[in-house]
Design a protein around this ligand. Structure first.
Ligand SMILES: *Cc1c(COP(=O)(O)O)cnc(C)c1O
Length: 397
């Protein structure tokens, strides 16, 4: 059984703050400051360029890939970290399309994160081969999987509503129709159990700064199923994905397996921070995390509905159909969230009217839920959100 009091003690959580936004940016692992400091002084500072060999920097992307892979049901040696999630979406989709060259449709849903859709649009436009990006409602995805679809590209849990797609069932439907499946795990890795291997996913991508707590700018990851790893063509053919980067050949030859999905120089200091987050994950069982997350989300929904009649639930009530976040709608949602943040309850706002709250059992407990609802109810009952300064939109919401 995971000791959640012990995991909570591993994070720096500012005094007086209830942090319900770990679905956007996880908090700082206490050990990260010293660990990154050590990497800066003893590795970068003392070893300089020799750090690539002597401090093992070059192997970090696959080492961390395997640690993340263990959380998402990936086979060892089939996940690598690097770049940003948007870049990894592009890579995965490009490779998947090349593995299914006779089809022209990429199917996704309108609950997908805009960057995934933008990256797909840009890629299809550049390929200029008559591809079509078909964007349907989340409930309509299964009905649109047919023999025109080359790739089904979905984010497993909807960033706005928390709606959870059935990865295994949809992947099976895609395969039966002759399509490949690319899954974005941005809101599932570290939030719910994922079994990429068991689901038969072809490609998967995700980020490490949300539920995994790797810090702002932490690298993304990509998974390529073993059956594709030696065939997938890396659309972004950078030197570190080359079979022999230090041969400095002028022709590109893809590296073995997942190595070919590397692009350029890995972000060593960010990876050192991510290591301290993964050390905390080593103390946790994702099934315990899921069970606790369901309890916390159910409790939050029940208490908010009892105390805040102005809010409308915008997340599936059935826990089996949602990830680890809860959204409520309010016509002045932005101002309500600013008022909450001013009182130390940090969630976020997603247009047009969603108040979004992430539940992350590694450091959020029942007392936090009670405290957050008490403040939310006070703000709504007494219209404390109705102040001009809470209505001025910041760049990041
Ligand atoms: C957070 C998120 C992103 C962000 O991509 P970056 O390149 O890391 O900025 C992309 N896709 C999804 C589904 C996300 O939730």
């Amino acid at each position: 059984m995971t000791d959640f009091a012990a995991t909570k003690a591993m994070f720096h959580l500012p005094e007086g703050v209830i942090y319900l936004d770990g679905n956007s940016l996880g908090p700082l692992p206490r050990a990260a400051t010293a660990h990154v400091g050590q990497a800066m002084e003893a590795e970068w500072g003392q070893r300089l360029i020799t750090g690539w060999n002597k401090a093992g920097w070059m192997a970090l992307p696959t080492q961390l890939g395997d640690r993340i892979g263990a959380l998402i049901g990936a086979e060892p040696g089939h996940v690598v970290v690097g770049d940003t999630l948007s870049i990894k979406v592009y890579q995965a989709l490009a490779s998947a399309l090349q593995l299914n060259p006779d089809r022209r449709v990429v199917l996704t849903d309108n609950g997908n994160f805009p960057s995934d859709i933008y990256m797909a649009e840009g890629l299809l436009q550049m390929l200029d081969k008559g591809y079509e990006l078909k964007v349907v409602a989340p409930e309509a995805v299964a009905g649109h999987i047919d023999d025109t679809v080359a790739v089904l590209m979905l984010t497993e849990v909807d960033y706005r509503t928390g709606r959870w797609h059935d990865m295994k069932a949809l992947t099976a439907l895609a395969h039966d129709a002759g399509a490949l499946a690319v899954w974005d795990l941005a809101h599932t890795a570290g939030a719910v159990p994922v079994d990429l291997s068991g689901a038969g996913a072809d490609f998967a991508v995700g980020c490490t700064y949300k539920y995994l707590n790797g810090g702002p700018g932490a690298p993304a990851f990509i998974y390529v199923a073993p059956r594709h790893a030696g065939r997938a063509v890396p659309a972004l053919s950078g030197w570190l994905g080359h079979e022999a980067p230090f041969a400095f050949d002028l022709d590109y030859r893809p590296g073995a397996g997942i190595e070919r999905m590397r692009v350029g120089t890995p972000p060593v200091l960010q990876i050192r921070a991510l290591e301290t987050a993964m050390d905390i994950w080593d103390m946790a069982d994702i099934n315990d995390v899921r069970a606790r997350s369901v309890e916390l989300c159910d409790l939050f929904i029940a208490e908010v509905e009892a105390a805040c009649p102005d809010l409308t639930l915008n997340t599936p009530r059935d826990a089996a159909r949602r990830g680890s976040q809860v959204s409520f709608r309010h016509s002045e949602g932005y101002a309500v969230m600013q008022a909450l943040i001013a009182r130390g309850v940090i969630g976020d706002f997603r247009a047009p009217d969603n108040l979004r709250f992430g539940f992350t059992p590694l450091y959020i407990d029942e007392a936090d839920v009670h405290g957050a609802v008490r403040i939310l109810a006070d703000i709504l009952t007494n219209r404390l959100w109705d102040r001009p300064e809470y209505k001025v939109r910041a760049a990041v919401t």
